[in-house]
Every structure is written in C-alpha cells, then in structure tokens.
Design a protein around this ligand. Structure first.
Ligand code: NAP
Length: 310
C-alpha cells in the first residue's frame, strides 16, 4: 500500500475500524475513505455500489458487521444472519466490480465447530456443528470468507480474510445487554467498587479458558497481512495464549480496584471449556501479538472511565 492510496475502512467508528484508522494515520496513510452509517448504509446494495463507483478505492478493509454478545446473538439470529450477509455481499461484490487491488475481510473465531480440537487450526473449518447460540453470525462469516476465496480462485482478485479471536480495547461495547465478556467484567467490577459492595457474583464456574487480543494488536496484524500476505487461504489472528475466566476476573478486580469477594453462580453456563486459536500460521509469517493482557485491560479501563466523565 502506498501512502496516497485510497483506503476504504468500512465500519471505521467501531472498535476495530477506529483502531485501524488510528494505525493507518500513524503510518502516514492519509487518503482514507470513511463513511458513517447515516452517510452510507452498508446493507443498501445500490448505495454501496454508487459509493464504490464514485470513490474507486484502491484497498478495502471490512471492519463493519453486526456484532454482539451471547444474548444479542441468541435472540436476533435473523438480524445477525441477514445484515452480515448483506454487508459482505455489498462490500465484496462491489470491490470486485470496481477492481479493488486488495481487500481484507474479518471473520471471527466463531466460524469453528463447537467441539473443534484446541487450539483451533484453519483446517478445522466446517469439520463439525457450530455453537448454536451464535450459529447465524458464524454462518454469515463463513459465507464472507468463502466469497473472498471464490473471487480469488475464479477471478484472481486479491481478497484475503483473517479470523480474529476475542477482541477488547478502546471503543469496545460496554452495554451489559450486548457486550462481550471482558468489557462486561470491567463494568460490573467498577460498579461493584463504586457501590462499595462486599461481593460480586459472576456467571458460571470461572473454569473455562478464553483468549483475548487487544484491538491495536489486531490492527497491526491486519496491516501486516495487507502488506505481506496474498492467498485465498484465511489466517487466524490471536495472541496464542489463554486465560482461565477466574484468573481474568481476578485481573479485572485488581485493575478496577475492587477488593470484595468474587462469587460464582454455578447454575449459569460456562460455554465451551476452551476456545483458543492456533496462530502458528500467522507467527510463521512473522507476526506476533505484543500487548500484555494486564496492560491492555488497564488501558481499556482508563479509556472507559474517560468516556464516563466526558
Ligand atoms: N469484537 C470482537 O471481539 C470481535 C472478535 C472477532 C471478530 N470481530 C470482527 O471484527 C469486525 C469489527 O468488529 P467490532 O468489534 O469493531 O464491531 P463494532 O464495534 O460493533 O463495529 C462495527 C461497525 O460496523 C458498522 N456497521 C454495522 N452495520 C452497518 C451498516 N448497516 N451500515 C454501516 N455501518 C455498519 C457499525 O456502525 P455504527 O457505529 O453506526 O453501529 C460499527 O462502526 C467484525 O467483522 C467482527 O465480526 C470482532
């Protein structure tokens, strides 16, 4: 990518999109094409095609999607499937129509089967049934990566895909109804501290393991792939390390300054016992995550506190 290339970051106001914009600007890419949802509804095929015809981007980074936690995913499968399919079709078909030089599509680790062996390798795709609570979202993501692969093999387009693990960082969603586990924990611990509570109750046993990647690491990985990777085969993006939810809760408690007891409501589900990506392919290409989890959580908490005050 050259500094004056036109780069369309779809979903630039989201957690990933905002991080991509910060990084691209810091690296001297100043010809960024950015449109809010009010200016360009990515579900509107005609509007997206007109946008492509008008601005003719050299590169496209797809960070737009309907994203949510377990509650939102399990109660709105229609929206998660149809909106994500529409966004992908409009952005990927449109990119082909105007001969975009390179496109990066972001999927998710949810694409892998519920009972995939751990850590999950790229070759585990479509080897078993999906986790039912987010199957609609996962199916849409699988369609997106397959469409990129099809454009590569049928037309020679350079449309690549990456599958990130659980992300966190500035601009994350802290709404308890729709957020992922880490921002939810930060908010719950902060509220418990502010209310002077002696204990906090969390769902499950805390025995499950999860992997977390700071969004600024993901943005670095995306740029790395844009500059160094040209293949229809998708790539996992993670830090390659997992943490027990119980230890994560202790860490969030320390960062937020909550000194009470942590109790576990074991009548509530834990979800999969482990969910870790095999990132050896990305590591072998020469990219490794850099931001330690404790440091990342601290920065994210400080960012959120600042939002509360402004
Ligand atoms: N967050 C994670 O843990 C995680 C993990 C793995 C993969 N990913 C993937 O990474 C990508 C970015 O995720 P994120 O966490 O940054 O999500 P996010 O914060 O919810 O951002 C999504 C962005 O997409 C935009 N968008 C959604 N529908 C749109 C539409 N119809 N028209 C225009 N804009 C639309 C949103 O616009 P508004 O601001 O107007 O809502 C928002 O800016 C997604 O593909 C997601 O699947 C995320």
């Amino acid at each position: 990518m050259k500094p004056d290339d036109a780069i369309f970051v779809a979903g630039h106001r989201g957690m990933v999109g905002a991080s991509l914009v910060r990084l691209l600007r810091a690296r001297g890419f100043n010809n960024l094409l950015l449109s809010t949802r009010a200016e360009l509804d990515l579900c509107d095929a005609h509007a997206v095609r007109a946008f492509y015809e008008k601005f003719r981007p050299d590169h496209v980074l797809i960070a737009a999607a309907k994203v949510g936690g377990i509650l939102a995913n399990s109660t709105q499968p229609v929206e998660f499937l149809s909106e994500n399919l529409q966004i992908e079709l409009n952005l990927i078909n449109g990119a082909h129509a105007v001969q975009v030089k390179k496109l990066l599509f972001l999927g998710s680790s949810c694409i892998y089967p519920k009972l995939a062996p751990q850590p999950m390798k790229e070759t585990d795709l479509l080897t078993g049934s999906l986790e039912p609570t987010n199957a609609a979202y996962a199916l849409a993501k699988i369609c997106g990566l397959k469409l990129c692969q099809a454009y590569c093999t049928q037309y020679g387009d350079n449309f690549i895909s990456a599958q990130p693990t659980n992300l966190y960082g500035p601009e994350d969603n802290f709404d308890l109804q729709s957020s992922h586990v880490l921002p939810a924990l930060i908010r719950k611990f902060h509220m418990a501290k502010e209310e002077g509570r002696k204990s906090i109750t969390l769902w499950g046993t805390g025995a499950a393991y999860r992997e977390f990647l700071h969004v600024d690491d993901l943005a670095e990985a995306c740029l790395f792939l844009m500059e160094n990777y040209n293949s229809p085969e998708f790539v996992n993006v993670g830090c390659g390390k997992e943490i027990r939810i119980r230890d994560l809760a202790d860490m969030v408690g320390q960062v937020t300054g909550f000194t009470g007891r942590i109790e576990w409501d074991t009548t509530k589900p834990d979800g999969s016992p482990r969910k870790l990506l095999d990132v050896s392919k990305l590591n072998n290409l020469g990219w490794h995550a850099k931001i330690p989890l404790g440091e990342g959580i601290h920065g994210t908490y400080q960012w959120w506190l600042k939002q509360q005050k402004s």
